[in-house]
Design a protein around this ligand. Structure first.
Ligand SMILES: CC(C)(COP(=O)(O)OP(=O)(O)OC[C@H]1O[C@@H](n2cnc3c(N)ncnc32)[C@H](O)[C@@H]1OP(=O)(O)O)[C@@H](O)C(=O)NCCC(=O)NCCS
Length: 154
């Protein structure tokens, strides 16, 4: 029987140039089928993942379904290559009556053993909280979400 290796904490927690103290909403690795004829990853593939990543905090804040109404800005700052390990960070920057605007930043860990990390994409998207008829509904007050957390009294 083999004994599992004990990886030193310093190796498992090393910050490879990713934003400190933040958790990515998504981590993905594009494969050859996601690349164009030049071997770079399609912008459309990246846009789809950014939309999914941004929708996650929006859905939590809306406490239900959301629809993407607008891509306010989208910048491909650096190319993405097959085999890059992508981390998608998403932060809510504005909450309106029915809308939630989210900033998404994407980092690629490239040549991972050399800890080479590049910011590849930055985007701002707006989502609308929708009801079961796909019509806009009010974003609930944040207090109602906090009180609904499991294990919280009241
Ligand atoms: C999302 C949808 C239900 C909203 O309905 P609507 O009648 O267009 O909504 P409204 O005009 O009332 O606007 C809703 C909110 O979006 C905001 N909004 C509208 N157009 C916007 C734009 N171009 N950019 C940013 N925000 C916008 C409004 O300011 C409003 O926000 P607020 O309530 O916080 O003030 C409808 O537009 C829709 O179904 N769109 C298709 C969604 C879709 O298929 N997305 C792709 C797949 S998820």
């Amino acid at each position: 029987m083999t004994t599992p290796e004990k990886t030193p904490l310093a190796i498992t927690t090393i910050n490879r140039g990713l934003p400190a103290g933040k958790m990515p909403e998504l981590r993905m690795m594009p494969s050859p089928s996601d690349a164009n004829v030049y071997g770079d990853v399609f912008g459309g593939w990246i846009m789809a993942q950014v939309d999914i990543a941004g929708s996650l905090p929006a859905t939590r804040r809306a406490n239900g379904r959301v629809a993407t109404i607008a891509v306010n800005s989208f910048v491909f700052k650096n190319p993405v290559f097959v085999g890059d390990l992508l981390s998608f960070y998403a932060d809510i920057v504005k909450v309106g009556n029915t809308s939630i605007t989210v900033n998404v930043e994407v980092y690629a860990e490239r040549n991972r053993l050399q800890a080479d990390t590049v910011k590849v994409t930055e985007a701002v998207l707006t989502y609308v909280a929708t009801d079961s008829d796909r019509k806009p509904r009010k974003v609930p007050p944040i207090e109602t979400l906090i009180h609904a957390l499991p294990g919280q009294a009241g």
